[in-house]
Design a protein around this ligand. Structure first.
Ligand SMILES: Nc1nc2c(c(=O)[nH]1)N[C@H]1C(S)=C(S)[C@@H](COP(=O)(O)O)O[C@H]1N2
Ligand SMILES: [Mo]
Length: 328
């Protein structure tokens, strides 16, 4: 077993602790706590939500190459609010493989993205292993400005560069038996050592899934870039899912495998805490999370999260026109 450095409780910036991290299967969590010499009182300090990281205005993506060829998609050129500052979107992240706070962007630079391959397999006519460069050349890249909503109730607006998932589906041709798709993120416990003690009980690798008809929807997107540049490692380089009408956890980062399957696949958060993180996870102001309301969201900004602009949450994150018929 790899050695995982155990953070002392006073090293954990309490304000950065997020709800998603707190809810390990309780027994597993208690076992880890006891293993780490922490008491139940320590546990009770791990429940504050949202939190602000000290985000400086230097982008976490300053040195990345720009993407030469992409077409802005005029159907998704803007939304009802300004695009989030690049420095915020690239330095305030969720990527638990690299740590349990929002400030993982530096640690995520350890992600080895050279010679990246993506295996597409399962119930398809043409099972394939794509080279990442090949993927980038094969499908015309477009830019889409999408709203983004984390289940923790912070929200942002990002100009993604990538291609619709349905293009990949057309290339591999799922068979009629394929009803779901499962995405698997990169994981190597020797590299992704960021997390503190809580990581021991997590069902790595990170996986997510969609219904086939959700994947075929116009909005379902694979991102390879953002803000005109290649995707930063902390945002899920070199390939991640972007599903704008669902909560952010549905969008697996740094994808290495895509499998078409018959039955609904097990997924990371849903396996950990099924009653809090459903498989469907559509953004819905009327369905509260068991521990907080989803009626409003906070717009990711500088400063403390309680001071961020509050906005009403939109059903399907405002994308009902495209996706409501999937759920009628
Ligand atoms: N592999 C992996 N993918 C992941 C996560 C993660 O921890 N690991 N976090 C998810 C969550 S909860 C959110 S909100 C988004 C955050 O994306 P961002 O950091 O680019 O804003 O990534 C999602 N994809
Ligand atoms: Mo999230």
């Amino acid at each position: 077993m790899p050695l995982i450095r155990i953070k002392k409780s006073w090293e954990i910036p309490e304000k950065e602790i997020t709800p998603e991290k707190v809810y390990l299967n309780r027994r597993r969590f208690m076992k880890n706590l006891i293993g780490a010499g922490l008491s139940a009182t320590a546990l009770s300090t791990l429940t504050s939500c949202g939190g602000n990281s000290k985000t400086s205005l230097i982008s976490g993506a300053a040195t990345l190459p720009t993407i030469g060829k992409f077409t802005p998609n005029s159907n998704f050129a803007k939304v009802d609010r300004p695009i989030t500052d690049e420095a915020l979107a690239t330095k305030y992240n969720n990527f638990y493989e690299f740590g349990g706070t929002k400030s993982i962007w530096e640690n995520a630079q350890n992600l080895p993205t050279e010679n990246w391959k993506v295996e597409v397999t399962g119930l398809v006519k043409n099972s394939r292993i794509y080279d990442i460069d090949e993927l980038q050349k094969k499908f015309p890249l477009e830019e889409r400005v999408y709203r983004f909503r984390c289940v923790e109730a912070w929200a942002m607006v990002v100009p993604w560069i990538g291609f619709p998932m349905k293009l990949l589906m057309a290339d591999v041709e799922p068979t009629s038996k394929a009803k779901y798709v499962r995405f698997t993120s990169f994981y190597d416990s020797e590299i992704t050592k960021g997390p503190g003690f809580w990581a021991n009980g997590y069902p790595w690798p990170y996986t997510e899934g969609l219904r086939i008809d959700e994947m075929a929807n116009e909005l379902a997107f694979f991102a390879m870039g953002m803000y005109g540049k290649s995707l930063p490692k902390q945002n899920g380089a070199p390939l991640r899912e972007v599903i704008p009408w669902k909560y952010g956890f549905k969008g697996a980062k740094s994808i290495v495998k895509i499998e078409f399957v018959e039955k609904r696949p097990a997924t990371f958060w849903n396996t950990l805490i099924p009653n809090e993180y459903g498989f469907e996870a559509n953004v819905n102001p009327e369905v509260p999370h068991p521990r907080w309301s989803q009626a409003n969201e906070r717009v990711l900004s500088e400063g403390a999260s309680w001071s961020w602009e509050k906005r009403p949450t939109l059903l399907y994150n405002g994308y009902g026109e495209y996706v409501a018929s999937l759920y009628s």
